[in-house]
Design a protein around this ligand. Structure first.
Ligand code: SF4
Length: 273
């Protein structure tokens, strides 16, 4: 099966409240795409990593049980689904994943389809060249800044047998600490001066030294960027940081005059998706 260039595989679409980053607390509609080559140890959506021929998308209707639709959608179909799940007035749309930058043609075309809604992009930060190709269509970018010690080796996305997806990015995920440093610096330079924020997940037991390269890079490439420290929600053996640990990380950022705040995952606290 050959999918249109602008199509992307959808995992789910739902209306909820943004629980992370600069727009925490805002009513938004979430479009979660499938596919991610990264392997964050604390990932809370590992079901988004891979594709299969039988995938279906969860359409979380506000007035009926969820529906299961075909996974691959065009930007027009995605815009129709967004309007369908919104319980009231149009909301800002957060395109998340997975890693939505696997599907740059979809993201680029989506902006016009959902207007006048804002389009917010949530990215893992491993695809700077692809980010450069879509950033002008994004009203806000939430950029993950990941610690090397939080990442297992990436696994590039495999399409199901018989599938062809011409719209997928040809940019590979970083594979070494040097490649990650370069990717973070390039992404930070891209979002500098734009409507954007950086997000750093803080796990328990990490060395303060692990955070130093990230904060050095933010200070050098995007010193004004609002930076959100997000205490990890414990899973897969990854522990939450103690109050002492999170304060020490915050002070390390403040020492560099970074614009930093600590915000836990509010949607987890509220028990909503
Ligand atoms: S980038 Fe996101 S979806 Fe991918 S492994 Fe990390 S947390 Fe999970």
């Amino acid at each position: 099966m050959t999918t249109p260039t602008t199509s992307a595989p959808l995992l789910e679409v739902f209306a909820s409240i943004q629980g992370e980053g600069r727009f925490v607390g805002e009513a938004q509609t979430f479009l979660r795409l499938r596919g991610c080559p990264l392997r964050c140890r604390w990932c809370d959506t590992p079901n988004s990593w891979r594709l299969s021929a039988n995938d279906r998308a969860r359409i979380a209707l506000s007035d009926a049980p969820p529906r299961r639709d075909p996974s691959w959608v065009t930007p027009f179909q995605a815009a129709c689904l967004i309007a369908e799940v919104e319980p009231g007035a149009p909301r800002t749309v957060s395109v998340t994943g997975g890693e939505p930058l696997l599907w740059p043609e979809f993201v680029r075309a989506l902006k016009a389809m959902i207007a006048p809604r804002r389009l917010h992009l949530e990215t893992g930060g491993g695809h700077p060249r692809t980010l450069a190709s879509v950033i002008d269509r994004c009203d806000h970018v939430s950029l993950d800044l990941k610690l090397d010690s939080d990442l297992d080796a990436p696994v590039e996305l495999e399409l199901p047998a018989g599938f062809d997806a011409p719209g997928i990015t040809d940019e590979r995920a970083p594979r070494s600490a040097e490649e990650w440093k370069r990717a973070r610096e390039q992404c930070l330079a891209l979002v500098s001066g734009r409507d954007a924020c950086g997000k750093v997940v803080v796990s328990g037991g990490r060395s303060l030294q692990d955070f130093v390269p990230l904060f050095d890079e933010v200070e050098a490439c995007a010193p004004e960027l609002p930076l959100y420290l997000q205490p990890v929600t414990p899973r897969n053996g990854v522990k939450a940081p103690t109050a002492t640990e999170i304060e020490a990380v915050m002070e390390a950022a403040r020492d560099r005059d970074l614009n930093v705040r600590v915000v836990p995952q509010m949607h987890r606290a509220m028990g909503i998706p």
